[in-house]
Design a protein around this ligand. Sequence first.
Ligand code: ZN
Length: 151
Amino acid sequence: MALRKIVQIGDEVLTKKAKKVEKIDEKIIELLDDMAETMYHSEGVGLAAPQIGILKRVVVIDIGDGLLELINPEIVSVEGEQIGDEGCLSVVGKMGVVKRPYKVTVRALNREGKCFEITGEEFLARAFCHEIDHLEGVLYVEKVEDGLIDV
Ligand code: ZN
C-alpha cells in the first residue's frame, strides 16, 4: 500500500467525468488499498479516485462504521432532504452548507466484482452523494448554499 497525493481544487482532473471500471484487476485492488490508506491518513470520511488524479469510478468511504469500497457506484434511489455542513479533502480548510437527500441507496461492485446495494441515511447518504459527484467532475462547492466558510 502507498499514500497517494490528493489533488486540490483548481486541478482540472477534478472537473472531469471518471470512466467506468471494466475489469477489476490487480491495479484496481491496489487503487482501493491506496485510497483507503490515503483517506485514513488524511482523516477524511471519503475519497474518490479523481481526487488522487485517477479518472476511474472508484470510491472509498468510512464515516466511522467501517470501510466501504464502491466500484462503479450508482445512485438507485433517493428519499427526503437534509441540510448540513460538508467539506472535502480536495478543498482544504473550507466548509459549506449543502442540501442533499436524507436517504440514498447505491448499487456498486465490491472488490470481488460482486454487485451489491447499500442504503445510507443522514451522514452516509451525504457521503454517497458527495463522492459520486466527484466521479461526475462535480465538487460540493458548486452546490453550497451560503458560500464557503474557513475552518
Ligand atoms: Zn470531496
